[in-house]
Design a protein around this ligand. Structure first.
Ligand code: HEM
Length: 215
């Protein structure tokens, strides 16, 4: 779980970094150029297979862990005060992960499916940047986030992602045995900062587009 989790964290950093280029307010030229590079580069496309495999292993591992934990204690404690020894979000990783999975299905249908299987819903779907024709993924984003329901779904997805990362980051270090007490505070702080920055950055994209701040 820790290995695939850290791998998925790397993906999130790259994904958020490229998406953040919409904030250049250059009609999506920089963002479209990078999205085009990611979609056409052979190495990146090969890594995409690794990404989906990593995601599946992470989900299957998580479910196995969840059912193992339940099997280990089929009879509940007579008096349970779980909050005394653990936080609600650490006990809710499976629930948070499931919410993220629901978000991901909607999200992949919104973008990935349209670039890889069907086609973009905007017209014209292509734009010329620096003499190169490429898909206008930026305009597709503008279109998707005109819908307030989509904005709410994305913000809720980012909220679940925040709690999942908030616990998952430090938990990964512990699982790998990298929880030396000397670095514990630094790991905890980096995990919290990372969870906040990545979730707020992602959530700011649908909001900014809906409000017309990005063009
Ligand atoms: C909330 C703001 C987000 C926006 C605006 C956004 C936008 C996009 C876009 C435009 C694509 C399509 C790229 C392409 O097909 O070339 C994409 C792909 C993807 N996104 Fe997001 N994304 C967001 C958040 C997230 C989050 C939070 C996750 C994970 C938890 C995520 C996971 C993915 C995955 C797995 C893909 C497919 C990757 C691939 O093409 O190989 N995204 N996203």
């Amino acid at each position: 779980m820790a290995g695939t989790g850290l791998f998925l964290i790397t993906f999130l950093i790259v994904h958020a970094g490229i998406n953040a280029m919409i904030f250049f307010n250059d009609s999506g030229e920089t963002f479209n150029t990078w999205a085009h590079f990611m979609a056409t580069n052979l190495i990146v496309r090969t890594m995409e297979i690794g990404l989906f495999l990593g995601l599946i292993v992470h989900i299957v591992d998580g479910l196995m862990l969840y059912f193992q934990n339940r099997k280990a204690r089929p009879v509940k404690y007579q008096y349970e005060k779980a909050s005394a020894s653990s936080s609600w979000y650490s006990r809710s990783m499976a629930l948070l992960g499931t919410l993220i999975l629901i978000f991901l299905v909607i999200h992949l249908k919104d973008f990935w499916l349209k670039t890889r299987v069907t086609h973009l819903s905007i017209s014209p779907a292509e734009v010329k940047v620096g003499g190169v024709m490429m898909e206008n993924l930026f305009l597709e984003m503008v279109e998707v986030f005109k819908n307030p329901i989509a904005v709410v779904v994305y913000v809720l997805g980012c909220f679940s992602l925040f709690w999942h990362l908030f616990h998952g980051f430090r938990s990964a270090f512990q699982s790998l045995g990298w929880n030396y007490s000397r670095y514990a505070a630094a790991i905890e702080l980096s995990g919290s900062v990372f969870a906040i920055v990545i979730s707020v950055l992602f959530a700011s994209m649908p909001i900014a587009m809906f409000l017309g701040w990005v063009h």
